[in-house]
Design a protein around this ligand. Structure first.
Ligand SMILES: Nc1ncnc2c1ncn2[C@@H]1O[C@H](COP(=O)(O)OP(=O)(O)OP(=O)(O)O)[C@@H](O)[C@H]1O
Ligand SMILES: [Mg+2]
Length: 382
């Protein structure tokens, strides 16, 4: 059953559209990330769910109940804001207990509830401290504690890890996943960090310009991006997106761009020829041999892999990744082999919708494992 549902929800301020006709159906207990670049409508979506912002039109449901006219306090949600604004004059314990106090939970009952949350977040030794005596990561956990102590139906988290350093972020990411597993509550998590969304979510809702682009499990979003925007947004380094011409001759599909010609696996009937965009993930280009000539433009050693940018004779640049230790030097000529079976194809123009089916075959050994889960999700309204 859907726990949280947006039905044709729109939010506009005059001519500014924050969220456009959003349809989204989140299952009970699911961890869903709202992901997209700055200004795409993530916070607006979350604030409408929290009751802090009212939709211009459309319906929002929580647990089967329309909540459009309910105040935040009546929605059985808890929200952690990006700026976690703790009360500076209160101790950690008082900060966590505050939502309970406000709801009139008797003093005697508050203690054990706070203790349980403090234990979960390893805040026990810090209960007597004031926020200014805590590190950023500790403050972050107190803010989480203040939400957790309520045990709401749905947790809303707006970039809750944004103020932490990389190491602490990684740590808190794992803690949140574990917390979600233990609590089994629905969580809606806003982030512009694709790594967070990919590693934590059951499903990711990708927004751009207030419009939902795709709503699918992480593996599916990566393997089968619905359009050019998602293709370019998910993955580091980004997918190579190459504008060129698609043509069919003698039953074979061929894609051509300056310095690049690639024969493609069969495309669905009715695929239009002409201008199109070819997508190649960096891991789907092999270096050292192959049909295309190129020149090394840039080499980046990250330690566990090497990122290589090559330039084709027409000036087109492609980014690839290889195992470390492949001695490549800028300026060096080499041959490359794009894996056509793994190529993505998108329509030209603003929609950039996906034209081909996802790859099937080797290299998808790992991917095929996730197919049953994806298939189960596919039937849901999104
Ligand atoms: N009160 C408002 N009045 C007018 N426009 C607004 C208002 N609030 C948000 N917007 C606009 O709506 C769009 C979506 O804003 P929103 O805050 O949801 O973005 P976001 O995805 O959370 O971005 P970020 O990652 O930067 O936090 C933006 O173009 C923003 O300027
Ligand atoms: Mg925001």
């Amino acid at each position: 059953m859907a726990d949280v549902e947006f039905r044709k929800v729109r939010k506009a301020w005059g001519k500014v559209v924050g969220v456009a006709d959003l349809d989204l159906s989140i299952r009970a207990g699911e961890f869903v990330s709202l992901l997209g670049p700055s200004g795409c409508g993530k916070t607006t979506t979350l604030r409408m769910l929290a009751g802090l912002e009212f939709p211009t039109s459309g319906e929002i449901r929580i647990g089967g109940r329309t909540v459009n006219d309910l105040a935040p306090g009546q929605r059985d949600i808890a929200m952690v804001f990006q700026s976690y604004a703790l009360y500076p004059h209160m101790t950690v314990e008082e900060n966590i207990a505050y939502p309970l106090k406000k709801r009139g939970v008797p003093r005697g009952e508050r203690g054990p509830m706070v203790a349980r949350v403090a234990e979960m977040l390893q805040l026990g030794p810090l209960l007597g401290r004031k926020p200014r005596e805590l590190s950023g990561g500790q403050q972050q956990r107190v803010a989480l504690g203040r939400a957790l102590v309520r045990d709401p139906k749905v947790f809303l988290l707006d970039e809750p890890l944004s103020n932490l350093d990389a190491k602490l972020r990684g740590h808190m990411r794992a803690e949140l996943v574990e917390l979600h597993r233990r609590l089994g509550r629905t969580m809606v998590y806003v982030t512009h960090d694709q790594l967070e969304a990919m590693t934590m979510s059951d499903r990711i809702a990708i927004l751009e310009g207030g419009v939902l682009q795709q709503f699918a499990p992480p593996q599916e979003v990566y393997r089968e991006p619905a359009n050019r925007f998602v293709a370019g947004f998910i993955g580091t380094p980004s997918m190579n997106l190459i504008d060129g011409q698609l043509a069919q001759t003698g039953g074979r599909w061929r894609f051509e761009a300056p310095g690049l010609a690639l024969e493609l696996p069969a495309l669905p009937p009715g695929t239009p020829g002409g201008e199109a965009c070819l997508g190649l993930r960096p891991e789907h280009i092999a270096f050292g041999s192959g049909p295309l000539e190129a020149r090394v433009a840039l080499v980046e050693e990250t330690g566990h892999e090497t990122i290589v940018v090559v330039e084709l004779p027409g000036g087109l640049r492609l980014t690839g990744r290889t195992a470390p230790g492949m001695a490549l030097r800028p300026g060096e000529a080499l041959r490359i082999a794009p894996d056509a079976a793994q190529a993505h194809l998108f329509a030209a123009g603003p929609s950039g919708r996906r034209l081909n089916a996802p790859a099937a075959g080797p290299g998808r050994a790992a991917a095929s494992v996730s197919v049953p889960a994806s298939a189960a999700h596919a039937g849901e309204p999104s």
